[in-house]
Design a protein around this ligand. Structure first.
Ligand code: 6GP
Length: 827
C-alpha cells in the first residue's frame, strides 16, 4: 500500500490499438530518447517492456486502492528464491496486447522472436522451491489474493552452465547487465539492517525484554519491486526484492586520494556482498556466514516493511495475525520468527507472552525436502556473534517450549533431546526446522506422501505433539506459463475443442478433452502439435549442441537439478543398456529414441558433477557411433532454466521421474510434463503418486521399490554387488562404463561412480535397475502402438487439471491462510 497512496486514478494508458501505438512511440521518445527511424532492437525491446509495465501500473494502482479500502488479510510470502522466468511474453498475454504488438512490430520489420530473445530471465533461484514460489505468486494474483512476495535481488543469479570436456563450468549470471526494464527501484525507501554487536538491558535484567541490541555493523536494504499480474483479472501484486547498499559514508576518500583504490571501496564491496550472488558457496566458513547474513537481511527488511504496511491502517498489535499471514518458504527465512519477537518486545514493548501468541498465529511454514542433509542448522556460536539478540530470543523460546514438554512428559529425556531447538552433538547448532514448527501455527509438506513422511519421520515428535498443525498442500504449476505460453500450439488445440480458453483459469476444464479422446481429427492434430514442437526442439538442439535429433523419435526427457537421489545415473544405466543391445545384437528391436538431459549441479557437488560428465561421455559415444545413433541419440542441453524448460516441455513424449521412493518431496516438472501430454515413467515418489492416481495406472509407467520396500532393502543388508552378479545385462552395462567404453584413453574416468554404486549405492540404483529396464521395454511396446500412445498422451493432459497452482493456492487459502480474495474493479 504505501508504495502508492490511493488517490485520483491517473489514466495513462488508453484502450485501443492506436493508444497503445501512441504509448509505444512516446515511451521510445521520452524513455529512450530516440525515434522509430533510429531505434535499435534494444530500444524497441525496452520500450515495449516499459509500455507493458505502464499498463500493469494502472492496474496496480487500482489494486492498491481496493486493498486500502478493504483492509484485508494479506499473505506475505518470504522466500530466498524466485525463478520468475522471462517477463515479456507473460506480460503481453496478461495485458491482452499480444496481437497488437505482433502487428505493430511486424509492420516495422521487427520479429517478436528478436524482441523475446532480448528478454533476460531473472534466475534468482536454484530449482523447484524457487519456481514454486513464482507459480504461487502468479496464482495468488490470478485469484485476487492480496499478497506480497519478499526476496533478495541478487546481482548475480544462478550461474550459467557450460561444458568443457563434458564437465560443468559455471559462469556468472550478470542478469541486469543491460538493465532490467521490469523493476522499480526505490532508493529513497531503505531499511537499516544490523549485524554483530552486543545486547544490553533496556529495563530490568530479564531476557524476556525489552532489551537493546547495539549492532556492530549496519547495511542498508534497498527495495525494488516487480509487478505480478493476475491472469484474466485486474489484480496486480508485487514481489519486493531487497538489495544491499553500503551507507554513503563508506567510500574512503582519503585512501582514494592516496592511490589506494581497492582499499577505498573495500567497505562498500563488503556491505554489498550480501546480495551479490545467489547462495554463495557454503563450503567455507566465510561463505557460511555470508549466507546467514543474506537470510537475516531478507527477514529484517521484509518484516519492517510488513509492519509498516500493517500500521498504515491498523493500530492494535493483537489484530496483527488477522491482517498478516507470513508464509516461510522452507527454513531460509525462519529468522523472521525471532525477528518479529524482537521487534514486538524490544521495539514496540509488547510483553513476551502476548508477542509469542501474535508470532505463532502469524507464521506458517512449508517444508520442501526429506533429505536430512538439506535440513538447515546454524552453529550457536555463529548466531551468538552475528545476531546476539536473536540467539537470546531463540534460547528463551526453547526454554519455555521445553519446560512445557517436561510438564507433559516428565523425565522423558529423549523427547527433550529430539524436540529441542538446539542440537548438542557434535556441535551446538540451532535446528531451523524446529524453530519454524514451534513458531508457526501451520506446517505443510508439498505432496501427500511427503506430508505423511514428514509427520512420520523427520518431524514425528512434533506431529505427535500438535497433530492439528500439520497439513498437506500438494504443489501445482501455473498453466499460463507452462501450457499457454510454452506450448501455444497445444493451447490453441485445447481451446478449439473446449470452446474457449476458460481452462487457463479453471484447469479442471481440461477434463472436457476426454470426450474427444477417440476423435480422429483431434488425435491427428495432437500428434502434429507434438511433432512440430519436437522440430522446434531439434532446431535448438542442433544450434546449441550440434546433435541432430529426429522429430519422429520418442523424446525421452530427464530435466531437473542433478542430484544423486533423483537418479540421473539410473537413466544413464538404461541408455548404456540400450547402447549395448544395439551394439551387440543387430537384430535388437529398439524404438527410435532421443534422450534429452538438462539440469545444473551445485558447484561443489562432486558426485553429481561426475554423473553429469558421464552423461556427456555416453552422449558423445552414442551419437558418433553409426551402429547405434540411427536409433538412439543423447543430447544434454546446457544451462537449464525456465526459458529452456518452456522449450523442452512441449516436445516431450516420455517424462522421467525416477527418484528413489521417499526422497523427492513432490516434483513439479512431473506436473508440467504431464500437462503437456508426456507420459510418465516413475516411481511411487512425491507427487508421482497423485499424478498416477489421476491419469490412471494404464497411462503411467510404474516401476521400482516403494518407500517401505526401499527401507527394508537397506535394512536387510543391501548388497548392490549381488544385483550386479545376478543380472548379466546389468553387469554388461556397468562393465562397459568401467571398461572405458565411454572414456577412451582414460579408463579410470568413472571409477568412482562405479565403485560407489557397487559398494554402497546410497540411492538403490541397482536394486531398481531391472524393474526400470523392463518398464522401459514396456514403454517401447506402447510407443510402437502409436494409437495407444496418443490416447495416453491426451489422457495425461485431460486428467492433470488438479495440478494447477491455482488449486494449490486455494488449498493454502482454505487450510492455512484463511484469506479472502479482493476484487479490483475495472476502470
Ligand atoms: C524442492 C523439492 O526437491 C521438490 O521435490 C519440490 O517439488 C520443490 O521443492 C517445490 O516444493 N526442494 C528444493 O528446491 C529445496 O531447496 C530445500 O528444498
Amino acid at each position: 500500500m504505501p508504495e502508492i497512496k490511493p488517490g485520483p486514478n491517473i489514466r495513462r494508458v488508453g484502450t485501443t490499438v492506436e493508444d497503445f501505438e501512441q504509448n509505444l512511440l512516446s515511451n521510445l521518445y521520452f524513455q529512450r530518447g530516440t525515434t522509430i527511424e533510429s531505434a535499435s532492437a534494444g530500444d524497441a525491446y525496452h520500450t515495449l517492456a516499459v509500455t507493458l509495465r505502464d499498463r500493469l501500473v494502472d492496474r496496480y494502482a487500482r489494486t492498491v486502492a481496493a486493498h486500502y479500502e478493504t483492509n484485508p488479510r494479506f499473505v506475505y510470502y518470504l522466500s530466498a528464491e524466485y525463478m520468475l522466468g522471462r517477463q515479456l511474453n507473460q506480460n503481453l498475454l496478461y495485458t491482452g496486447t499480444e496481437q497488437w504488438t505482433r502487428e505493430i512490430a511486424e509492420s516495422r520489420g521487427l520479429s517478436m522472436e528478436t524482441l523475446a530473445a532480448l528478454d533476460v530471465e531473472p534466475g534468482l533461484g536454484n530449482g523447484g522451491l524457487g519456481r514454486l514460489a513464482a507459480c504461487l505468486l502468479d496464482s495468488m494474483a490470478t485469484l485476487d489474493i492480496p499478497a506480497v512476495g519478499y526476496g533478495i535481488r541478487y546481482d548475480y543469479g544462478i550461474f550459467k552452465q557450460t561444458f568443457q570436456d563434458g564437465e560443468q563450468v559455471e559462469r556468472p549470471d550478470d542478469w541486469t547487465f543491460y538493465g532490467n526494464p521490469w523493476e522499480f527501484a526505490a532508493s529513497d525507501d531503505q531499511h537499516v539492517v544490523g549485524f554483530y554487536g552486543r545486547t544490553e538491558s533496556a529495563n530490568g535484567d530479564s531476557q524476556a525484554g525489552p532489551r537493546r541490541w547495539v549492532p556492530g555493523e549496519t547495511v542498508r536494504g534497498e527495495p525494488s519491486h516487480m509487478l505480478v499480474p493476475g491472469y484474466g483479472t485486474q489484480t496486480v501484486n508485487i514481489v519486493r526484492l531487497w538489495r544491499a547498499r553500503a551507507s554513503r559514508q563508506s567510500f574512503d576518500l582519503a585512501r582514494f586520494g592516496a592511490g589506494q583504490y581497492g582499499e577505498a571501496v573495500q567497505h562498500i564491496a563488503l556491505s554489498e556482498s550480501i546480495s551479490k550472488v545467489l547462495y554463495p558457496d557454503d563450503s567455507t566458513e566465510l561463505g557460511r556466514e555470508l549466507r546467514l547474513k543474506q537470510q537475516y537481511f531478507l527477514v529484517s527488511c521484509s518484516l519492517r516493511d510488513i509492519i509498516r504496511r500493517f500500521r498504515f491502517r491498523n493500530q492494535d498489535w493483537d489484530t496483527f495475525p488477522d491482517k498478516v499471514v507470513i508464509q516461510l518458504n522452507d527454513t531460509h527465512p525462519v529468522l523472521a520468527i525471532p525477528e518479529l519477537m524482537r521487534l514486538l518486545v524490544d521495539e514496540h514493548h509488547v510483553d513476551w507472552d502476548r508477542a509469542w501468541s501474535i508470532t505463532q498465529r502469524t507464521f506458517a511454514y512449508t517444508c520442501h525436502t526429506l533429505l536430512p542433509e538439506a535440513l538447515e542448522t546454524w552453529p550457536v556460536a555463529l548466531l551468538e556473534r552475528l545476531l546476539p539478540r536473536h540467539m537470546e530470543i531463540i534460547y528463551l523460546i526453547n526454554h519455555v517450549f521445553l519446560r512445557d514438554i517436561e510438564i507433559r512428559h516428565p523425565d522423558d529425556l529423549d523427547a527433550i533431546r529430539e524436540l529441542s531447538l538446539i542440537q548438542e552433538e557434535p556441535e551446538r547448532r540451532v535446528r531451523m526446522a524446529h524453530l519454524a514448527v514451534v513458531g508457526s501455527h501451520a506446517v505443510n509438506g508439498v505432496a501427500e506422501l511427503h506430508s505423511k513422511l514428514l509427520a512420520e519421520t523427520t518431524l514425528r515428535r512434533f506431529a505427535t505433539l500438535w497433530p492439528e498443525k500439520f497439513h498437506n498442500v500438494t504443489n501445482g504449476v501455473t498453466p499460463r506459463r507452462f501450457v499457454r505460453l510454452a506450448n501455444p500450439r497445444l493451447s490453441s488445440l485445447i481451446s478449439a475443442h473446449l470452446g474457449g480458453d476458460g481452462w487457463l483459469s479453471d484447469l479442471d476444464q481440461l477434463a472436457g478433452l476426454e470426450a474427444f479422446t477417440h476423435d480422429n481429427a483431434l488425435r491427428e492434430r495432437w500428434r502434429d502439435v507434438k511433432r512440430h514442437n519436437k522440430e522446434d526442439l531439434a532446431a535448438y538442439a542442433a544450434k546449441a549442441t550440434g546433435v541432430i535429433i529426429d522429430p519422429h523419435a520418442m523424446c525421452d526427457v530427464m530435466i531437473k537439478r542433478f542430484h544423486e537421489y533423483k537418479r540421473q545415473l539410473l537413466k544413464v544405466l538404461h541408455v548404456v543398456t540400450l547402447y549395448n543391445r544395439l551394439k551387440h545384437d543387430p537384430s535388437a528391436t529398439v524404438a527410435p529414441r532421443t534422450v534429452v538431459f538438462a539440469g545444473k549441479a551445485a558447484p561443489g557437488y562432486r558426485a553429481a558433477k561426475l554423473i553429469m560428465k558421464l552423461v556427456n561421455a555416453v552422449a558423445d559415444t552414442v551419437n558418433s557411433d553409426p551402429a547405434v545413433s540411427r536409433l538412439l541419440r543423447v543430447v544434454f542441453l546446457p544451462d537449464y532454466n525456465v526459458t529452456r524448460a518452456e522449450l523442452i516441455l512441449p516436445a516431450a513424449d516420455l517424462s522421467e521421474q525416477i527418484s528413489l521412493a521417499g526422497k523427492e518431496a513432490s516434483g513439479t516438472g512431473n506436473m508440467k510434463l504431464a500437462l503437456n501430454g508426456a507420459v510418465t515413467i516413475g516411481t511411487l515418489d512425491g507427487a508421482n503418486i497423485e499424478i498416477r492416481d489421476r491419469v490412471g495406472a494404464d497411462n503411467f509407467f510404474l516401476f521400482g521399490l516403494n518407500v517401505e520396500q526401499a527401507v527394508n532393502v537397506r535394512a536387510g543388508g543391501y548388497s548392490p554387488r549381488s544385483y550386479y552378479e545376478r543380472d548379466p545385462e546389468l553387469r554388461a552395462t556397468i562393465d562397459a562404463i568401467s571398461g572405458g567404453a565411454f572414456s577412451p584413453g582414460d579408463r579410470g574416468a568413472f571409477t568412482s561412480v562405479v565403485d560407489s554404486i557397487l559398494g554402497w549405492d546410497e540411492y538403490l540404483c541397482l536394486a531398481d535397475y531391472r524393474s526400470y529396464v523392463d518398464c522401459q521395454d514396456a514403454v517401447e511396446r506402447a510407443w510402437h502402438d502409436a494409437g495407444r500412445w496418443t490416447t495416453m498422451s491426451i489422457l495425461n493432459t485431460a486428467r492433470s487439471g488438479f495440478f494447477s497452482s491455482d488449486r494449490t493456492v486455494r488449498d493454502y487459502c482454505r487450510g492455512i491462510w484463511n484469506v479472502e480474495p479482493v476484487r479490483v474493479p475495472p476502470e
